[in-house]
Design a protein around this ligand. Sequence first.
Ligand code: FE2
Ligand code: FE2
Length: 330
Amino acid sequence: MDKDELNLRPTLLRGDKDHLAPGLSRRSFFMAAGAAGFGGAATALSTSPAEAQSTDWTQPGNNNGVIELQKTTGSTVDGAVGIDYFGHCAIKITSPGGATVLFDPWRDDPSGAWGLWFKNEFPETPVDICMSTHTHFDHDAIHRPVSTMVLDRMVGNFEFADMKITGFADKHVCRAPGWYDWTNALGEFGVQACPPDNVSHMDMVVYLVETGGIRTLIWGDNRHNPPKEFWDAIGQVDVLTLPVDGSQHILDYQQGNDIVTKLKPKIIIPTHYLSETTSYTLTTLQNADEWVKSQNSYKMLDTASLSLEADDVAGMDREFLYFGHNAQTS
Ligand SMILES: [Fe+2]
Ligand SMILES: [Fe+2]
């Protein structure tokens, strides 16, 4: 045991006897935490334990609705596709047949390293399927929605009721484009942010949802420049969600605009911005007003819900539909 290791080994942890596993020194625990979690270093320094255990076994209700819906798997149902915005990147899609999927429920960083981002716990909203694009705290509260299925970081194809979902594995933005150099913190935590040797929490899955004749792409925090095979696999996109805010935390304006030019979606929904309903200034995020107002065609919505018909969407061209501070809270 070297001198540093001796210096780093406390005899007490939170007033209890140190109960690290035999053979796991304080320093090796610290390094493992830094490699494993977004705020891993702070986890080891925190005065209260981080808790991430699933509480799904306590959920109300049961899967009776899913049993009914699975009988319709493979069918096509005409009608409107519902889109509900829960703030940040959390979006619920409802198929015309009534199947529901919710992406990227958020929570505060359990380690405390990144501060208070959200004003409330994510609502315990009932859905059939809950999915997450990646393991960052602002996208991974998969224990909060009351969901029959949890498909965390799913890559490949999934089909249920009148809904098809495809997950494409790619990588997170690894160089902050804005003034707040949050990607530099990963280096300070001792982990690699960028591929090919990135830490696992910088892996990403982008989801394509096909239902009601509308193809919706859930971008998450993906990088702006995925490889050609990624673009080829995605194909036509009707509704595109993109993480662009005034601080340019994930994508900057130009990167967002370039993706829009490339994919030519009918509708763009901005995400990952400061919402007075759900998030705090401490996020360092700003609203997306400036970016939206710089576009040729946009609509400032006064609701947190959209109902989209395929025929109407087909006649649109790069229309920005901005939820602003509207967000579902239950
Ligand atoms: Fe992220
Ligand atoms: Fe994020």
